[in-house]
Design a protein around this ligand. Structure first.
Ligand code: SRM
Ligand code: SF4
Length: 540
C-alpha cells in the first residue's frame, strides 16, 4: 500500500478514513457475529459500507432486507448454482427477487442478516462467490456471452475472465492486495467481433486485434517506434488484444475509454490487469471521491506517463497497439435461436423484461438448461439470458415450454431492447422509479407504434448511470423536474449512443421532461428517428 494511503489521512475522504481504520474485507471473519447481533445492533459503518466487500448491501429503502451482489465471471452460471440462488430468495416469499444486471451478473433481494452464514456455506458448496463485488473493488468481469459457442469468435474469453477474477479475489477467498482501491474498477474482455461487453465504458478493456510483424502489416508509424516483436520474429501475425483504459460513467463526468497504445497476447492479459490495478491503487486520488476513477489519474499524468508506470509494474515494455481492432460487426443481442460452432447444437437467447426474476423463474431456468442444454446458463449485459448446447432434436420442444411465454425468444422490437437499472424500488440514490415505469411505457408504445427494428431504450434512475443511458439509442436518466410549479419525477433524454463497431457515447438532448409527459415525447422521437409509424387504429 502506498504512502498516500497510510500517511496523509488529513486529505482523505470519509470513505478512505473508514477503510484505513479497518479494511472492508475484515468483515468476512465477522459474519457469524453479525448474524447473531442482527442488523439493528450492528456497527453502522460495518453494516452500511464494509459488508459490501462481501457483496452484501444494506438498503435504506428496505431496512433489514439486504441486497446481495454475486460475481458471475463472463456471465456464466451453472444450474446447480442457479438452484442455490433460487432457494435463497424463495425463503423470503414476496420480499425475495433477483435481477440480471448490466454487468452480466445477478443480484438477490430480501436477504436477512441472520441467514448470511448459511447462505455463504451454500455458495461455497457450489463454487459461487459474492466477494469484493461492491464499493472500492473490481466489479464483475464481463466477457462474450457466447464465448466458446460462436463460430465466428476470435477468442474464447471464458478462461481469461476466470483467471482475472481469481487473481483479483484470490480464487474467491478475498485478496487484500486489491480490496482498497481508490474507487470501483470495471474490466471487460471481448473476443468476438461485436463488442458485446461495451468495452468502451470500462476502466480497463481488451479488444481483439492482430499484431502484425513490422513490414508485413499496416502498423502506423508512431506504433512501430515502440513495438517489440511478440514472438522474436517467428510469426508475422499473432492474435491478442488492444488495450483501452479509463472509460467510466459517474454523476460528475462520463468518458469513453481511450487507447493505451498497447497490444498484449492473451497470456499477458492477467499480468497487465494486475499492473494497471497496482498503478491505480498506489497512485489514484483518494482526496475527492468524485475525481477518483482511473481516468482522473490518466488526465493528471497523461497517457504516456500512465503507460510507462504500467510497464514498470509489469516489469517489461508493452508492445505498441495493433493498427486496427477486429470489432467490425454491429452489436448482437443474442435473443432468439442461433447455431453454435459445435455441429447440431444451438444457443437460445431468452428475453427477461428489465432483468427481473423470481424464485420460480430461477428454478425453471435451471430445469430447462438441464433438460435441454448442458447445465449452464449465460447472462448478457442487456439483462437477458442464454441457454447453450440445445441439440437440433430438442429445440422444438424447448420452444413450446411455458417459461418461454414469459421470457420470449422473439419479443416485440421495443420490448426486446429495453434495459433498466434498479431505480427507486430498492435504490436510495434513485430520483425516479424505473423498472416498472419502463415496462408500462414500452407496453403503451408497442400498442401505438409499428416499429420495424429494435430501438435500444435504457432507463437509469439517477446520474450514476448504472442503466448506461449513454450507450442507448434513447437513454432516459432520472431527474427532478417541475410541472405547474411542483417538483415531479422527470428524465433527461440522451440520444446517439452507438454500440458494437465504432462505439461512441450519446449525449443529452433534452432536460427535465416530467415522466407523466414522457410517453408522447418518446413516441415522436421513435417516429422521427427510428422509422416507426403510428398503427392505423391509433389516434393520439
Ligand atoms: Fe451501479 C452504485 C446498481 C452497474 C455506476 N449501482 C450503485 C449502487 C450500488 C448504489 C446503491 O448502493 O444503492 C446500486 C445498487 C442498487 C440496487 O439495489 O440494485 C447500483 N449498478 C447497479 C446495477 C445493479 C444496475 C442494474 O440494474 O443492472 C448494476 C450492477 C452491476 C454489477 O453486477 O456489478 C450497476 N453502475 C453500473 C454501471 C454499468 C456498467 O458497469 O457497465 C455503471 C456505470 C459504469 C461505471 O461504473 O463506470 C454504474 N453505480 C455506478 C455509480 C457511479 C460510479 C462513479 O464513479 O461515480 C455508483 C455510485 C458510486 O459508486 O458511488 C453506483
Ligand atoms: Fe440506483 Fe442511480 Fe444506479 Fe439506478 S443509476 S441503480 S438509481 S445508483
Amino acid at each position: 500500500m502506498t504512502d498516500k494511503v497510510s500517511t496523509s489521512t488529513a486529505s482523505l475522504n470519509k470513505f478512505e478514513k473508514f477503510k484505513a481504520e479497518k479494511d472492508g474485507l475484515a468483515v468476512k471473519a465477522e459474519i457469524e457475529k453479525f448474524a447473531s447481533l442482527g442488523w439493528e445492533a450492528m456497527d453502522e459503518t460495518d453494516r452500511d459500507h464494509r459488508l459490501k466487500w462481501m457483496g452484501v448491501f444494506f438498503r435504506p429503502v428496505t431496512p433489514g432486507k439486504f441486497m446481495m451482489r454475486l460475481r458471475m465471471p463472463n456471465g456464466i452460471i451453472t444450474t446447480d448454482q442457479m438452484r442455490v440462488l433460487a432457494e435463497v430468495i424463495q425463503r423470503y416469499g414476496d420480499d425475495g427477487s433477483a435481477d440480471i444486471t448490466t454487468r452480466q451478473n445477478i443480484q438477490l433481494r430480501g436477504i436477512r442478516i441472520e441467514d448470511l452464514p448459511d447462505i455463504f456455506e451454500k455458495f461455497h458448496a457450489v463454487g459461487l462467490t459474492s466477494i469484493q463485488s461492491g464499493m472500492d473493488n473490481v466489479r464483475n468481469i464481463t466477457g462474450d456471452p457466447v464465448a466458446g459457442l460462436d463460430a465466428e469468435e476470435l477468442f474464447d474469453t471464458r478462461e481469461l475472465v476466470q483467471q482475472i477474477q481469481d487473481m483479483v479475489t484470490n480464487k474467491g477467498e478475498g485478496n487484500p492486495e486489491f480490496t482498497n482501491l481508490p474507487r470501483k474498477f470495471n474490466i471487460a474482455i471481448t473476443g468476438g467481433r461485436d463488442n458485446s461487453v461495451h468495452a468502451e465504458i470500462n476502466d480497463l478493456a481488451f479488444v481483439p486485434a492482430f499484431w502484425e510483424e513490422k513490414g508485413s502489416g499496416d502498423k502506423g508509424e508512431g506504433e512501430q517506434q515502440t513495438a517489440q516483436s511478440p514472438t522474436s520474429g517467428s510469426q508475422s501475425r499473432q492474435f491478442g488484444f488492444n488495450i483501452l483504459v479509463g472509460g467510466f460513467f459517474s454523476a460528475k463526468r462520463c468518458e469513453a475509454a481511450i487507447p493505451l497504445n498497447a497490444w498484449v497476447p492473451p497470456e499477458d492479459v492477467v499480468a497487465v490487469c494486475r499492473a494497471v490495478l497496482e498503478v491505480f491503487r498506489d497512485n489514484g486520488s483518494r482526496a475527492n471521491r468524485l475525481k477518483s476513477r482511473l481516468m482522473w489519474l490518466i488526465d493528471e499524468w497523461g497517457i504516456e506517463k500512465f503507460r510507462n508506470e504500467v510497464e514498470s509494474k509489469l516489469g517489461k515494455p508493452l508492445l505498441g497497439a495493433a493498427a486496427k481492432d477486429e470489432i467490425d460487426w454491429e452489436k448482437r443481442d443474442h435473443i432468439g435461436v442461433y447455431k453454435q460452432k459445435q455441429p447440431g447444437l444451438n444457443y437460445v437467447g431468452l428475453h427477461v423484461p428489465v432483468g427481473r426474476l423470481y424464485a420460480e423463474d430461477l428454478f425453471e431456468m435451471a430445469r430447462l438448461a438441464e433438460v435441454y442444454g448442458s447445465g449452464e446458463i449465460r447472462l448478457t449485459v442487456e439483462e437477458n439470458f442464454i441457454i447453450p448446447d440445445v441439440s437440433d432434436s430438442r429445440l422444438e420442444t424447448l420452444l413450446t415450454e411455458p417459461l418461454l411465454e414469459k421470457f420470449s425468444v422473439n419479443p416485440a422490437p421495443l420490448t426486446r431492447a429495453l434495459v433498466s437499472c434498479t431505480g427507486a424500488q430498492f435504490c436510495n440514490f434513485a430520483l425516479i422509479e424505473t423498472k416498472n415505469r419502463a415496462l408500462a411505457m414500452i407496453k403503451e408504445l408497442e400498442k401505438e407504434l409499428e416499429v420495424t427494428h429494435p430501438v435500444r431504450i435504457h432507463w437509469t434512475g439517477c446520474p450514476n448511470s448504472c442503466g448506461q443511458p449513454q450507450v442507448a439509442d434513447i437513454g432516459l436518466m432520472g431527474t427532478k423536474a417541475r410541472k405547474n410549479g411542483k417538483a415531479v419525477e422527470g428524465v433527461d433524454i440522451y440520444m446517439g449512443g452507438k454500440v458494437g463497431k465504432d462505439a461512441h457515447l450519446g449525449s443529452c438532448v433534452a432536460k427535465g421532461i416530467p415522466c407523466e409527459d414522457l410517453l408522447p415525447v418518446l413516441r415522436e422521437l421513435i417516429i422521427e428517428h427510428f422509422d416507426a409509424r403510428l398503427r392505423e387504429a391509433v389516434t393520439v
